[in-house]
Design a protein around this ligand. Sequence first.
Ligand code: FES
Length: 145
Amino acid sequence: MALYSEKVMDHFRNPRNVGVIEDADGVGEVGNAKCGDIMKIYLKINDDVIEDCKFETFGCGSAIASSSMATELIKGQPLSKALELTNKAVTESLGGLPAHKIHCSVLAEQAIKRALRDYYDKNGIDYDHELLADKDAHEEGEEEE
Ligand code: FES
């Protein structure tokens, strides 16, 4: 079996929603100290709906595919949907990732959570701190190499 699913390859080769939103309502940036990859997510929010979502990822193919899929999953959706997004949902939508690449999908979840926190903080809106807390990549069952 190929190491990467066709979906992963597709989102890696033709990533959706790449770019910057200059007047974003929320921006979230995360990095993984171990691999050095960096991901930035921009959200445009209107009436509790994610009107637009873009990303910049300086990282591996799985990180690019994960950011692309994650933005597709929340774009046009209500905030409640973005709040529930997990790296597991991103991975499943991609048709799976190898165990040592699961942390790439965690970066996507994390970047979105930070962008949502940024939005809530900027607008003085209270939120569930536990739900939007930073998550350790290794919580998701990633094996140490
Ligand atoms: Fe670290 Fe992919 S190898 S994000």
